[in-house]
Design a protein around this ligand. Structure first.
Ligand code: NAP
Ligand code: HSE
Length: 430
């Protein structure tokens, strides 16, 4: 039987989950994989802190060297979070020839090139299934199962917190602020939810997914981002009336060597494969030239779902004789053969309020027409008092992003204000 000694960097939600899963599953691992795993040390900030699991106190340390410099520890599992010191500790582990398993999308998305180079140079493994979508096996799907495909689209709901908030807003007809408050009270959203609600968490995950899907480095700063903080209950209600739901989508599409990548709230038709992914679930849609459409759905967060991915990585690392790495040149900069399209084409949902007086509609139509944006539907919602404001909701045909932005700038007049603009992902791409 193979004896493996591992160390943890971090023992919070995920570290405790991994500890528990390894305790409860160790017998199966011994029996199935002929491997016995011992956790020797766990780095934390405060050894006296109350933990979610009864982790033995003597395993905890505040001294990184007790994990990173112990020759008996051959695999380091990182769940500290954040770019630093996590990246430096992982680099130290890799330079010492230790394999690293990480759940940390921030450190990976920002410093993947350094981590991969250190891993290859030292013939160590670098595994990161848990960094994107928790239990959903998106990394192994892209790197192994779909390796025989040219993938042209990877698109998903990859942040559970925002999906929960948008689903509850839709179900309860509540505002963003009300649902966020409840989600924080129930411990479903972080006390500081900004990385989730501003779309940053999804951007890191999309950078990792898209790089693997397109075999090219898609850095975080090439991904256009908007969060969900400005989505209103009115937007959700009007979208529903028109047969759409609103989701925070992370979208990456490749045509030839041109990539568009963005994270933003999106209207999708109710019959879209991603529309039924509700609550805190994650869902990823992939289109490959041979496999065609594919969907993965599951739990993208939480201690046990994330531990499921981490322990699977640990087992893969210790049962394989050779580690493999992504095939593309993993550099800090985007792959040189790729260009990035910031003038993508899509449809747009726009909510305006306008003074109810003659000529306003032609003013609106004129701004769109001058900027080459064609309106597909326009609805007036409710009636204004004389001289008062009325809500107008319109959906455009496909238009260029820059044209649309220019039309909206043109529209700003005392008679008209733009209350919302949300992109529409009309149909399943191919
Ligand atoms: P967490 O509960 O805040 O745990 C972080 C752990 O790291 C704690 O044990 C903390 O020590 C330790 N730590 C942090 N900075 C440290 C430092 N400078 N020195 C020593 N120890 C340090 O976070 P988490 O929710 O477990 O998340 C961990 C990672 O998993 C993050 O990268 C996150 O993005 C990723 N992830 C999380 C989820 C999820 O559902 N939570 C899902 C997928 C991926 P103390 O305990 O002493 O404070
Ligand atoms: N905060 C993330 C989410 C989980 O809500 O999906 C960690 O990746």
């Amino acid at each position: 039987m193979k004896e493996v000694v591992i160390g943890f960097l971090g023992c919070g939600n995920i570290g405790c989950g991994v500890w528990e899963l390894l305790q409860s599953f160790n017998k199966d691992i011994v029996h199935r994989d002929d491997v016995h795993i011992t956790i020797k040390k766990m780095l934390v900030r405060d050894v006296n802190k109350q933990r979610n699991s009864p982790v033995p106190r003597e395993l905890l340390t505040t001294e990184p060297d007790e994990v990173l410099s112990d020759p008996e520890i051959t695999l380091v599992a990182e769940f500290m979070g954040g770019e630093q010191p996590a990246t430096d500790y992982m680099l130290r582990a890799l330079h010492a020839g230790k394999t690293v398993v990480t759940a940390n999308k921030v450190a990976l998305a920002l410093n993947w090139h350094l981590l991969q180079a250190a891993a290859k140079e030292n013939k160590a493994g670098l595994y990161y299934e848990a960094s994107v979508c928790g239990a959903v096996p998106i990394i192994k799907t892209l790197t192994e199962a779909l390796h025989a495909n040219r993938i042209s689209c990877v698109m998903g709901i990859i942040n559970g917190t925002t999906n929960y908030i948008l689903t509850e807003m839709m179900k309860r007809g509540c505002s963003y602020e009300e649902v966020l408050f409840d989600a924080q009270r129930l411990g479903l959203a972080e006390p500081n939810p900004s990385a989730d609600v501003e779309g940053l968490d999804a951007t890191y995950k999309l950078s990792i997914m898209a790089s693997l899907a397109f075999h090219a480095r898609i850095p975080v700063d090439k991904i256009y981002r908007n969060g969900i903080t400005k989505v209103t209950k009115e937007d959700i209600a009007y979208a529903d009336e028109m047969g759409y739901v609103i989701k925070l989508l992370a979208i990456a599409k490749r045509v030839g060597n041109t990539v568009e990548a963005h994270v933003y709230p999106t209207l999708i038709p109710r019959e879209h494969m991603l529309a039924g992914v509700n609550g805190a679930l994650n869902g990823v849609y992939i289109y490959g030239h041979a496999c065609k459409e594919m969907m993965l759905i599951g739990r993208g967060a939480g201690d046990m779902p994330t531990a499921s991915a981490v322990v699977s990585d640990i087992l893969q690392a210790v049962t394989h004789t050779q580690h493999s790495y992504p095939t593309f040149q993993n550099t800090k900069e985007p792959s040189p053969e790729m260009s990035f399209d910031d003038d993508w084409e899509t449809e747009y949902f726009i909510r305006l309020s306008a003074i109810d007086k003659p000529g306003v509609l032609s003013e609106i139509a004129g701004s769109f027409a001058r900027n080459r944006v064609s309106i597909a539907t326009l609805m007036q919602k409710g009636n204004a008092t004389p001289g008062g404001r009325v809500a107008l909701v319109l959906v455009t045909h496909k238009a260029h992003e820059m044209d649309l932005r220019s039309a909206l700038r043109d529209l700003q007049s005392p008679d008209v204000s733009v209350d919302s603009m949300i992109r529409v992902e009309g149909r399943q791409p191919s």
